[in-house]
Write a protein that binds this ligand. Structure first.
Ligand code: NAP
Length: 532
């Protein structure tokens, strides 16, 4: 090993909520850190996803950092589900408060990283031609950041304006009086469709799969509610961490089938009135029993039938797959929007879009002329952002090759063959099945604790062992295959991307079990890792 001094102790890729906190923690340990970020400001997903109607669908008093008591006490969220602008403002406030700006280089994309086994260093190449070295490379690239532009014939020839929800222009888009097409009815489509419909001359929604959508019932935060949460913040946060998803949702009982239909529906009505994601936790067997799951599925379908006036449209909007197989959506006036005269639902569940022409969309021989095309087609989730970087580990092994049949990681934190690299909320960690910010914090704290341990013991290299990684991957897949999530096509399994291996991407065993495992690994002197 030679003793080349690296340019930085750590390079962090991405200045979203993961990258910002990672920078804060490492710098607090006296490390020299550089963060690279493609955007012009901090916030990651809340920087890019500026589509109309974009707002978080997790209660923001809990979808926020908890590492600083001062921060969580001083910040006031305006609404139960704040809009993208408020989340972006919060990210900028964090960067101001903790003086993160000087260590973040914006408008810079990391294109490649390569491990030098002799020097124990990563070389990181950016799109401005720079090559910088660091002892550690930490990927804070996000789970839902690699935009999925669908492969639809003729898309590039469209003569009107085209927007993707996850890459929305800063100045917004004006739909006034225009003929608009939205392709995609996941969370981004569900949030944007009512807002676009209110402005457009006519909106056509092209729906491949209908989704379950709970009403948000968004509202301003009441001062007494805020005061109560703030007075009990640490206890409430601790309670949330003990729950499966890292969100505190009250559980009504172990099984939907153990209570009468009347009692069950009363409980579902309570959750519908509550709004948001809380219905997910009503009964503990939603992921293990088709019959239990079907009770909630049918409850929501009946709500759709009651809201949507045209029974044929209502049936098209009623999801066929089980509730919670795909990600539950939260919306405002989503189903009501289909009662508007200027909105038409186009079912493409059996017939793909034939092609996009310069003037519109052609489906099954029928032509829909449009001025604006909105792609709400989601992401190459969890692995996409990592695989889009040319990452080369020991002996030039590429991450793309290593993951050709699906991601392989130890704890979603580390990859054998890629020493001194950490992935924040990487594949095989609970990430997108949990409240993301607490999950990010758990990872950042684990990584900084690990680096601290290495520095204390004068260790220069850490790498996941192949056997530990294989055991973890098998465990992740076993649990994933047993959940009802495996019964439909979803981005959780990579099914939305043509050619992507069908493998569960997040760990579906819950936040508490996962965090316990990570603690055990650390307490055991980083068992499953080789350190030297
Ligand atoms: P998504 O859930 O993957 O939805 C994409 C939509 O586009 C789906 O309806 C999909 O149909 C459709 N689609 C994709 N390719 C298509 C094609 N070639 N032709 C026709 N339709 C196509 O993406 P998303 O809505 O951006 O949401 C992704 C995730 O981001 C969410 O699940 C959530 O975790 C997160 N998110 C959160 C919030 C929030 O907190 N408020 C907001 C937005 C997103 P299929 O279902 O048939 O594939």
């Amino acid at each position: 090993m030679n003793n080349t001094k690296p340019d930085f102790d750590a390079i962090v890729v991405g200045a979203g909520f993961a990258g910002m906190y990672m920078l804060y923690r490492l710098r607090a340990r006296g490390m020299r850190v550089r963060v690279f970020e493609t955007g012009t400001s901090v916030g990651g997903t809340w920087y890019w996803n500026r589509y109309p109607g974009a707002r978080v669908d997790t209660e923001t008093m809990f979808y926020s950092y908890q590492f600083s008591e001062e921060l969580q006490q001083e910040w006031d969220w305006p609404e139960r589900y704040p809009a993208q602008e408020d989340l972006a403002a919060y990210a900028r406030h964090v960067a101001d408060r903790f003086e993160l700006w000087p260590d973040i280089q914006f408008e810079t994309r990391v294109e490649a990283t390569a491990w030098d086994d002799d020097a124990n260093l990563w070389t990181v190449e950016t799109d401005d031609g720079a090559r910088l070295t660091a002892s550690f490379c930490i990927m804070a690239t996000g789970c839902l950041s690699a935009v999925n532009y669908p492969e639809i014939e003729g898309l590039d020839d469209f003569a009107g304006e085209t927007y993707h929800t996850a890459h929305w222009p800063d100045g917004g888009a004006d739909f006034t009086g225009k003929r608009v097409a939205v392709i995609g009815t996941g969370s981004s489509g569900v949030q944007s469709i009512p807002v676009i419909a209110a402005q457009a001359g006519h909106l056509h929604v092209f729906q491949r799969t209908a989704n379950y959508v709970m009403p948000a019932h968004n509202r301003p935060m009441a001062p007494d509610e805020v005061a109560e949460i703030k007075a009990n913040y640490s206890a409430l946060r601790a309670k949330a961490k003990r729950s499966f998803s890292g969100n505190y949702f009250p559980v009504a009982g172990p099984s939907a089938l153990a209570v009468s239909e009347e009692e069950r529906n009363r409980e579902y009505e309570v959750r519908w009135a509550m709004g948001g994601l809380a219905i997910m936790a009503t009964y503990a067997d939603f992921q293990t029993s088709d019959a239990a799951n079907e009770t909630a599925s049918e409850f929501i379908r009946n709500k759709i039938r009651a809201i949507v006036k045209n029974p044929e449209v209502a049936e098209l909007l009623a999801p066929k797959q089980l509730f919670l197989c795909k990600r539950l959506c939260v919306g405002t006036d989503y189903f009501e929007t289909y009662n508007r005269d200027n909105v038409t639902l186009v079912d493409i569940s059996d017939t793909e879009i034939d092609r996009i022409t310069p003037e519109g969309v052609l489906v099954d021989g029928e032509f829909y002329p449009v001025d604006v095309l909105v792609l709400a087609t989601g992401f190459d989730a969890v692995t996409g952002a990592l695989k889009r970087i040319d990452i080369r580990g020991v002996n030039g092994l590429t991450l793309r090759d290593k993951w050709a049949d699906g991601p392989k990681t130890y704890l979603g934190l580390s990859i054998s063959g890629f020493p001194n690299m950490f992935t924040i909320t990487g594949p095989g960690s609970p990430s997108v099945l949990t409240n993301m910010i607490p999950s990010i914090e758990q990872h950042v704290e684990w990584i900084s604790g690990c680096i601290e341990h290495m520095r204390k013991h004068e260790l220069g290299r850490i790498e996941a062992e192949v056997t530990a990684e294989t055991d973890w991957v098998n465990h992740v897949n076993d649990i994933g295959d047993k959940t009802l999530r495996a019964t439909c096509q979803s981005w959780y399994f990579g099914s939305n991307i043509p050619g992507k291996p069908r493998v569960i991407l997040p760990y579906a065993g819950g936040f508490p079990a996962y965090a316990k495992k990570c603690d055990m690994v650390a307490d055991g002197g980083y068992s499953g890792f080789s350190l030297r």
